[in-house]
Ligand binder design. Structure first.
Ligand code: FES
Length: 308
């Protein structure tokens, strides 16, 4: 059977929904505190924390299998150490994965659940392998390790499907073509003090917010999973995404609270000939006079937007 057909069946397995919903609820409650949410999401990193963490147990357990297979007696202590290293690092990896998974729905949530089951089985098998090795039962330790490797491969495959086929946790503004030249979006009089509203900027929906003399603008599409920030609530010069509660600063698009891990593309603003105009803010203020200028993909925040 072809793998993608099997995955399609998992994606359509509605029988998983009840269990997945119950588990997701528990996880959502556990990650509610802002510090935990930010840490597990990778809010300070600029992209999710889970994918790079997975490299550690996958690498450790893969190398232990290699040593078990061809390393001989001299490599046994190294193989045992790698099994333990994988076990230790699997825990934070699993926590970050659960955090990310708790925001998914439908087919992604079902595949994510099976991904977690497979990795949980791998973890259990490697824990049993470590115990067997510790007791001097090397044959069982190796066999359990190879079984764990198989489950890890299944989990890894499903994780790859979620990321690269379904785009889970991919920055939803990554392919937007934000205008880098001044672009009129709204009549100045159409945005009252304290008001926020969306407008079209050359095909990209932007969220505008006026506070006194300043006008702020950022992409209206949440980088996390594409939530409509125009429908979000505004408080303390930040907007809260209505879908999963990510909080972004208007001043620079930065993240106050996850689960988002990529800041919002944000814009410089000015009022020109009675119209509000925006252009993508440079990644770094020095870029304005530097060699490179503004490039698509340069989205790290400027310190603040301003009006003129
Ligand atoms: S879409 Fe998830 S926080 Fe915005």
């Amino acid at each position: 059977m072809k793998p993608h057909r099997t995955i399609r069946r998992v994606e359509e397995a509605e029988a998983l929904d009840g269990y997945a919903k119950a588990v997701a609820k528990v996880v959502q409650r556990a990650v509610r505190p802002r510090m935990i949410r930010n840490m597990l999401s990778g809010a300070k990193m600029g992209h999710p924390l889970h994918p790079p963490l997975t490299d550690v147990p996958i690498g450790a357990w893969s190398m232990s299998a290699l040593l078990d297979l061809v390393g001989g007696r001299e490599s046994e202590p190294a193989a045992d150490l790698l099994v333990k290293a994988g076990l230790v690092t699997a825990l934070p990896t699993a926590l970050t994965g659960l955090n990310d998974w708790s925001d998914t729905l439908g087919a992604d949530r079902r595949v994510g659940l099976v991904h977690a089951w497979a990795n949980g089985a791998a973890l259990t098998l490697y824990a049993a392998s470590a115990v067997a090795r510790h007791r001097g039962n090397r044959g069982s330790g190796k066999a359990l390790g190879f079984a764990g490797l198989g489950m890890m491969a299944i989990g890894g495959y499903l994780g790859g499907h979620l990321s690269f086929a379904n785009g889970v946790n991919v920055n939803r503004t990554a392919w937007d073509q934000e205008p880098t030249e001044w672009t009129p979006v709204l009549a100045d009089g159409d945005l009252a003090d304290g008001e926020h509203r969306t407008a079209d900027a050359a095909g990209v929906e932007v969220l505008l917010y006026r506070k006194g003399a300043a006008i702020y603008a950022m992409s209206a599409t949440c980088t996390h999973l594409g939530g409509p920030l125009g429908e979000g609530s505004v408080e303390n010069d930040c907007v809260t995404c209505p879908w999963h509660g990510s909080v972004f600063r208007f001043a620079d698009g930065g993240i106050e609270r996850g689960p988002a891990s990529s800041p919002q593309p944000h814009f410089e603003t000015r009022v020109h000939n009675g119209r509000i105009e925006v252009r993508l803010a440079p990644a770094d203020p020095s870029d304005e006079e530097g060699e490179g200028g503004i490039h698509q993909g340069d989205r790290r925040p400027l310190t603040r937007t301003s009006t003129s």
